[in-house]
Design a protein around this ligand. Structure first.
Ligand code: DGY
Length: 327
């Protein structure tokens, strides 16, 4: 008998067909909550889960006694409790490589759109306010030749740095727990403390993951250290930033502007004070959301689940080190 798996995010048809040849599938197309009684029932028999966008912590996974592997269609793993999975010996597979360049494109979109006020000026044109050449009150800021400070120089941060350095002649500096010798050679990147980076960057770009140590790492104090002319870009995780402090920094012109793809609460509530501000560009968490990349992520996640349920977690396992401790 084929093992049962739960699919909790809509997958492209070819990927579903591939899964069907290996597994008995219980599919949830529009699952918005893990309290769904049918989902809870399905957990009783599931050996694998594949999907994205739902928190699957201990309270949920305790209801899945047969679970052997998880496959998330994302690079981020903050929807899971890695310690819990480690204790149960459950591998969490993810999609770290296929979305790097697309997410870097999104982050660069935010850098350019916020500095050149692209969204604000689009509204200006559409609302019929373009009656004569715009004046300095609507001018933007240069991107080329400026200093880009990257928080978290992993794959995506490095792809942003590559664009910035080679394409826009930007100086690259970074804050990261380990030194990145390759980046230092390729982009002439300088490693520095968080405070120094905040004080000296024209663009502070966060690609940090959300872990307890990064909770509200960027707070009121951090915004106060940034240049008045600086832009803050977040393409990592919303909870790494104290959003109320960011709103205040934008309202009080402590910094010049921001570009955000991620938020403390997603979707962003309609009454968020961010909605009222012209000096922030807001995107609905679209880092990897192109047709090509989302298809590649689904393909990768399906490969990952098939491998993991066959006992092979050598590629794309996010918690391999915790599992190895158990062996
Ligand atoms: C990721 O892959 O982690 C993206 O941020 C989507 O959640």
């Amino acid at each position: 008998m084929k093992p049962t798996i739960i699919v909790y995010r809509e997958l492209p048809e070819p990927e579903k067909v591939r899964l069907q040849s290996h597994f008995h599938i219980i599919e949830f197309k529009e699952l918005s909550s893990t309290d769904d009684p049918q989902f809870i029932e399905a957990l009783k028999t599931a050996e694998g889960l594949i999907g994205a966008g739902l928190p699957l912590k201990a309270d949920v996974l305790d209801k899945a006694p047969k679970l052997k592997a998880l496959s998330t269609i994302s690079v981020g793993t903050d929807a899971f409790d890695l310690n819990y999975l480690g204790k149960r010996g459950i591998p969490l597979m993810h999609t770290p490589t296929v979305l790097t360049e697309t997410t870097a494109d999104t982050i660069f979109t935010l850098i350019l759109a916020s500095a050149r006020r692209a969204v604000e000026l689009d509204k200006f044109v559409r609302s019929g306010q373009w009656q004569s050449s715009i004046g300095p009150d609507l001018f933007g800021s240069n991107v080329h030749g400026k200093t880009l400070g990257i928080l978290g120089l992993g794959r995506i941060g490095s792809a942003v740095a590559r664009r910035a350095h080679h394409g826009f002649g930007m100086r690259i500096q970074y804050y990261n727990h380990s030194r990145k010798a390759e980046a230092e050679t390729e982009f002439d990147a300088r490693k520095m403390s968080l405070d120094e980076l905040l004080r000296t960057s024209d663009f502070v770009c966060s690609v940090l993951p959300y872990v307890p140590e990064t909770h509200h790492l960027i707070d009121e104090h951090a915004f106060a250290m940034m240049k008045e002319s600086a832009f803050f870009i977040n393409g990592g995780r919303g909870k790494t930033v104290d959003q109320a402090a960011l709103v205040n920094a934008l309202e009080q012109n402590v910094i010049k502007g921001a570009g955000l793809d991620v938020f403390e609460q997603e979707p962003l509530p309609a009454d968020s004070p961010l909605m009222m501000l012209d000096n922030v560009v807001l995107l609905p968490h679209i880092g990897s959301a192109t047709h090509e990349t989302r298809d590649a992520m689904a393909r990768c996640a399906v490969d990952n689940l098939i491998s993991a349920l066959n006992g092979d977690i050598s590629i794309n396992c996010a918690n391999q080190s915790q599992l190895e401790v158990l062996v």
